[in-house]
Design a protein around this ligand. Structure first.
Ligand code: SAM
Length: 508
């Protein structure tokens, strides 16, 4: 079957580079959506996209689309779908998604309706129903509602694809792996000349760069994919997809250099790199960026300095960025130097004219990714001019303030909604995203535990399936926090939802 409607979801602003990547993977006919690109294909393509697409957050396969006039229609329409054709009763499932519709007053309620429809379809056929597992379902369904239009899809990835499987240890502010892969593509690195990350932290950029240059899929170490749990799973096609690619280290003929001032951090980066099949492609050094001597060959520098999220760090941070600019000018002549930061005032302190400025998001933080081309005689700008400020296309200078848990929760929900594709080239949510210091947000919340998930599931708590094979990486503190937050959200409104559900049932 070659006519599955496949939606590859990605991060804000990555649609064009995702289309480019898909073209390289052999997918010429693509349709750009918001934070997503759509292609047609078969199951083999679904596996290939999950395995090889570095910019994908998840890969969805559409199973139904319909219109509704009122809440109840959602249950009725979902009940018409033969859910038993997708998965076995023994598998746990979850329904997630995004809702942009006035028909629903509670964002989680539509998912509850679809979950009930699934359970009822099973019950009608087998007199029993599969369990729900919110945190670690074996199969996942995606419900996207835009006004009266509903699209139901299989989420064939399960846990997001930025969980590559190689990153075991992280620092305070690790970078999402999909963001790292996207920045490398946006930087136009030629994959033939040295790449330097002088503030490498847990090594995400360097490891993604090594995998990219060696043409090894970023997902090479990942074991869990939800598609393996659907009835449609074709083990032979999956084998074929895996056999198409290189999975071994290669001699690149140049080095990737990763360094950090923090020896402990560098150890973590090294250990992470050992989890990926990249041999000695990366050279690791404990070094202050200001003492770094670049290799004689010209190359590309890319760095993710601290953003100065903590109160009272402004001056230190401005100085750090200013010294970074000096180091570029003095030691990296001939290099393209890229910096990503959410701290726009600080990034201006680099004091060199940016040849490119690209708006990206690092978690909830709106960031600017800037290129500084360093030539012989490059001059530092004494004070960024008015014009320089105006050149700032879409990134506004924002002061990062710590926010209260409630605000973080709201922002996370907005962020989760925004991950879902809607109409072409339109920002999904008008609401302004306040910058959230994700390092702090993460530390506030514990991951949701099974008991909490069971409470939400409201049925058969005794036979819960375990987490899919994929180990939740420590980096995913942030993601676990998100899980917890979404679970909190559901807990808070559980009574309300059940009451509503009962009312709705009694009307039948
Ligand atoms: C935002 S983190 C980088 C995170 C990294 N991209 C990752 O995925 O884990 C910033 C890093 O810069 C390092 N750093 C700060 N000042 C430095 C300096 N003067 N020289 C080198 N590294 C520095 C910190 O130790 C920290 O690991």
């Amino acid at each position: 079957m070659k006519d599955l409607k496949i939606t590859v979801k990605t991060l804000y602003g990555f649609e064009d580079i995702l289309q480019e990547e898909l073209k390289e993977l052999g997918y010429d006919k693509t349709e750009k959506l918001n934070r997503a690109v759509q292609v047609k294909g078969g199951w083999e393509d679904v596996y290939r996209l999950n395995y090889r697409c570095r910019l994908a957050i998840s890969v969805l396969v559409e199973v139904a689309s319909f219109y509704i006039q009122k809440e109840k229609d959602l249950y009725d329409e979902a009940k018409k779908i033969d859910w038993t054709s997708f998965f076995e009763m023994e598998k746990t499932f979850a329904v997630k998604g995004a809702v942009f519709s006035n028909l629903f007053t509670h964002t989680q309620y539509p998912f509850l309706l679809v979950k009930d429809a699934i359970a009822d379809v099973f019950r009608d056929k087998f007199d029993a129903r599969p369990n729900v597992n919110i945190k670690a379902p074996q199969v996942m369904f995606d419900v996207y509602i835009k006004e009266k239009s509903v699209t139901v899809s299989l989420n064939t990835s399960g846990i997001p694809l930025f969980q590559r499987g190689y990153r075991q240890e992280v620092g305070d502010a690790p970078m999402n792996e999909v963001l790292a892969a996207g920045l490398l593509r946006l930087s136009n690195w030629d994959k033939k000349s040295p790449l330097i990350d002088p503030m490498c932290g847990s090594g995400t950029l360097a490891i993604e760069a090594a995998l990219l240059a060696a043409d090894i899929p970023s997902m090479v170490e990942r074991q869990h994919y939800a598609f393996k749990n659907f009835k449609s799973f074709d083990a032979e096609a999956w084998e074929k997809v895996q056999s198409e690619v290189n999975r071994r280290p290669v001699d690149l003929g140049f080095k990737i250099f990763a360094s950090d001032i923090d020896a402990g951090m560098l150890q973590k980066a090294k250990r992470n790199s050992r989890m990926a099949p990249i041999g000695n492609m990366i050279s690791f050094t404990v070094k202050d960026v200001f003492e770094l001597e670049p290799p004689s060959e010209k190359g590309l520098l890319i760095c993710n300095p601290p953003y100065g999220e903590r109160m009272g760090e402004d001056e230190d941070i401005a100085e750090l960025y200013q010294k970074l600019g000096d180091a570029f000018k003095n030691s990296f002549v001939g290099y393209d130097c890229w910096v990503i930061s959410s701290n726009i005032d600080a990034i201006k302190s680099v004091g060199l004219k940016a040849s490119k400025k690209i708006k990206v998001f690092n978690g909830n933080l709106e960031c600017s990714f800037r290129e500084f081309k360093v030539f012989e005689g490059s001059k530092k700008i004494k004070k960024p001019s008015e014009k320089e400020d105006k050149d700032e296309q879409s990134v506004q200078s924002k002061k990062i303030e710590p926010v209260k848990g409630e605000q973080i929760k709201k922002d996370r929900l907005v962020e989760r909604k925004q991950e879902h594709p809607i109409e072409k080239r339109e920002r999904p949510v008008e609401k302004k995203i306040e910058p959230v210091p994700y390092r702090k947000a993460a530390s506030k919340y514990k991951p949701v535990n099974q008991e909490e998930a069971n409470e939400l599931d409201d049925k058969k708590p005794e036979a819960k399936e375990k987490e899919p094979e994929e180990k939740v990486q420590p980096k995913q503190k942030e993601d676990s926090a998100e899980e917890k937050m979404s679970s909190d959200e559901e807990n808070l409104s559980l009574k309300e939802k059940i009451a509503k559900m009962k009312k709705y049932r009694s009307r039948d």
